[in-house]
Design a protein around this ligand. Structure first.
Ligand code: NAI
Length: 330
């Protein structure tokens, strides 16, 4: 029986992975810690590791896994910015991910952030519970006829465009690999710079890599429309957090919705309500009345968790048999 060391395990991971481990073909060793140089030894005895978004697979962790005889890594997420791919390839790791588990889950969360920011649902919820039915300060704006810029028109970008077209938005988008399907949805491919200067709302749906790190920075924010709304449900480091704070203070940015944050691995997925958070940038972002932050929950729907569990188990079973699952990273 193959043992799988599952890092960053939460209650819901245990529930869904066990539920879809038909005939108990795999044995899971559930580990609450994230994978890092400090915790990698917890994988001892396993045939494979299963990891999530904030597990760190730098070359040192990979070297240690290799020394321990582990050659299979199953990412139970789509993004793979947390793994040193060149190093993994060099050491002959077999590597799979869940390329698409529910683009609609993330797209719906993205539009949820837009609507909550524009219509101030979070404030209205608290007001009404306190018997305050005054509308002052709750005035919003229509999404209808607004120009939304979508950076990255892959699975999630496409699902977001479909929803926004339903709202009657004008959608501008950019992607190094344009797709005819996107054009048929009524979105228009333009340059990244055209999005910066024309969009009322800009939403990021591209992967994090060397080229896209800090895509949103002081320079690009300066080119945006005054009062722009920025949304990031992709990866935190696509945005320079310090530049966001400056943009908010100067009121260039009027609304900011984040489901991801550059240094989220120190904060997200844990209950820190009784803890002093030692991250002044994050705390400053939280202090703005026009900033809405969720803790990387875009993927978190029943449908997505089911697909993640089923695909991850299938990926592992294939790799353990030396077969390909079709979800390899190389
Ligand atoms: P995808 O691979 O289907 O699409 C990404 C698209 O971005 C591709 O079409 C690619 O050509 C494009 N792209 C690459 N570089 C670009 C650039 N410089 N400018 C514009 N476009 C560029 O990926 P998918 O499934 O749509 O996911 C997008 C991102 O969402 C992932 O990389 C991941 O980081 C994030 N994500 C976040 C989740 C959450 O819970 N908040 C859950 C799942 C994914």
């Amino acid at each position: 029986m193959h043992q799988i060391a599952v890092f960053s395990t939460k209650k819901y991971d245990i529930e869904y992975l066990n539920k879809f481990n038909i005939d108990n073909k795999l044995t899971f060793k559930f580990i609450a810690s994230t994978l890092s140089q400090e915790t990698v030894s917890l994988a001892k005895g396993a045939s494979a590791v299963c990891v999530f978004v904030n597990d760190d697979m730098d070359s040192k962790v990979l070297e240690k896994l290799h020394t321990m005889g582990i050659k299979i890594i199953a990412l139970r997420c789509a993004g793979f910015n947390n793994i040193d791919l060149a190093s993994a390839k060099k050491r002959g790791f077999s590597l799979c991910r869940v390329p698409e588990y529910s683009p609609e889950a993330v797209a719906e969360h993205t539009v949820g952030l837009m609507l909550t920011l524009s219509r101030k649902y979070h404030k209205a919820y608290n007001r009404v519970r306190e018997g305050n039915f005054a509308l002052d300060g709750l005035m919003g704006f229509n999404l209808h006829q607004k120009t939304v810029g979508i950076i990255g028109t892959g699975n999630i970008g496409k699902a977001t465009i479909k929803i926004l077209k339903g709202f009657g938005c004008q959608v501008l988008c950019c992607d190094p690999c344009p797709s005819e399907e996107i054009t048929q949805l009524g979105a228009k491919y333009v340059s990244f710079n055209e999005i910066l200067t024309n969009a009322d709302i800009i939403s990021l749906h591209c992967p994090l890599n060397e080229e896209t790190k800090h895509l949103i920075n002081t320079h690009t924010i300066a080119q945006m429309k005054n009062g722009v709304m920025l949304i990031n449900t992709s990866r935190g480091a696509l945005m320079d957090s310090r530049a966001l704070i400056s943009g908010l203070k100067s009121q260039k940015i009027s609304f900011l919705g984040l489901d991801v944050y550059e240094l989220e691995s120190e904060i997200f997925f844990e209950d820190l309500s009784e803890t002093i958070i030692d991250d002044d940038i994050f705390e400053r972002l939280l202090s703005f009345p026009n900033v809405l932050i969720t803790g990387h929950q875009g993927f978190f729907t029943k449908e997505a968790l089911e697909t993640i569990a089923k695909t991850t188990i299938n990926n592992l079973l294939c790799l353990l048999k030396g077969e390909r699952s079709g979800n390899e990273l190389y």
